[in-house]
Design a protein around this ligand. Structure first.
Ligand SMILES: [Zn+2]
Length: 258
């Protein structure tokens, strides 16, 4: 009887060992952060539409897989044990109208998922911003996930200096909770990911975001996401028109071996 038990133990150990190996193999994933697309570069946050199109073509040609941001956060939370080889994530912050006019047609053509971080006060309000209707149309495509970028994109560092302790705490709570609830009501889906406005965060803000129900939050530190990162301060590459795309991807291999 001893021999079959030994076999059984081997059988039970094997899958856990395999899962561990996969975890180590795909431990680094670059998250690319865009803001605006345009025919020409009018400011530091604009990437020419042709440049973005070329980047999508490059990803496809070189067998990268653009995964939904949720797949990465689920993976970091241990909810899934596998990511595709050469995984990359695409985000766009701020809800600029070019996300609809220029980025959306391209992600549809290449069929890649994108997460938009939106601050609701601007939507259907500011002249440069998306409308609610455009956001709904993009979400309905199944390629676009809409998450929170606070309610009106404040600079929390400045507000902390300007407001007293209690007023600041309340201000932070409103910015985090109101954005989440407005977006959830609009789109009927959970909003539990946050992009820190201007990439500004600290321990106090992280505690407030967790209390508001966010399970992951994102900064603008220029490196790929790895297992050692704080899930409430995950890095993203801020994309400009000058970014050397191939170098960026080469510096953050999403798979240890080809
Ligand atoms: Zn922003």
């Amino acid at each position: 009887m001893k021999y079959p038990i030994f076999i059984l133990i081997l059988f039970l150990i094997q899958p856990a060992g395999a899962a561990l190996a996969q975890n180590t193999e795909y431990s680094v994933v670059p998250v690319l952060l865009y803001h605006r697309l345009g025919l020409s570069v009018t400011d530091a946050m604009t990437v020419r539409t042709a440049v973005f199109a070329a980047q999508l073509a490059y990803l496809k040609l070189h067998d990268y897989t653009v995964i939904p941001l949720r797949h990465l956060t689920d993976y970091l939370a241990g909810k899934t044990t596998q990511l595709p080889a050469r995984a990359v994530v695409i985000c766009a912050d701020d809800g600029h109208e070019s996300v609809y006019t220029a980025l959306f047609p391209l992600i549809r053509r290449y069929h890649v998922p994108v997460t938009l971080f939106i601050y609701p006060s601007a939507i259907s309000n500011a002249s440069y911003a998306l409308t609610w209707q455009q956001l709904h149309e993009m979400q309905d495509s199944g390629l676009v996930d809409i998450q929170s970028h606070s309610y009106w994109h404040p600079n929390f560092k400045k507000e902390k200096v300007r407001l007293g302790k209690d007023a600041y705490e309340k201000f932070v709570r409103v910015q985090l909770v109101q954005s989440k609830s407005v977006l959830e009501k609009q789109f009927g889906k959970p909003v539990d990911m946050l992009a820190w406005p201007f990439g500004i965060y600290d321990d106090e803000l992280i505690r407030a975001a967790s209390a508001a129900g966010y399970v992951a939050a994102f900064t603008i530190e220029r490196r790929a996401v790895s297992h050692t990162d704080n899930v409430m301060a995950l890095p993203r590459f801020l994309m400009t028109d000058q970014v050397q795309f191939e170098k960026l991807l080469a510096a953050s291999p999403s798979k240890a071996s080809p």
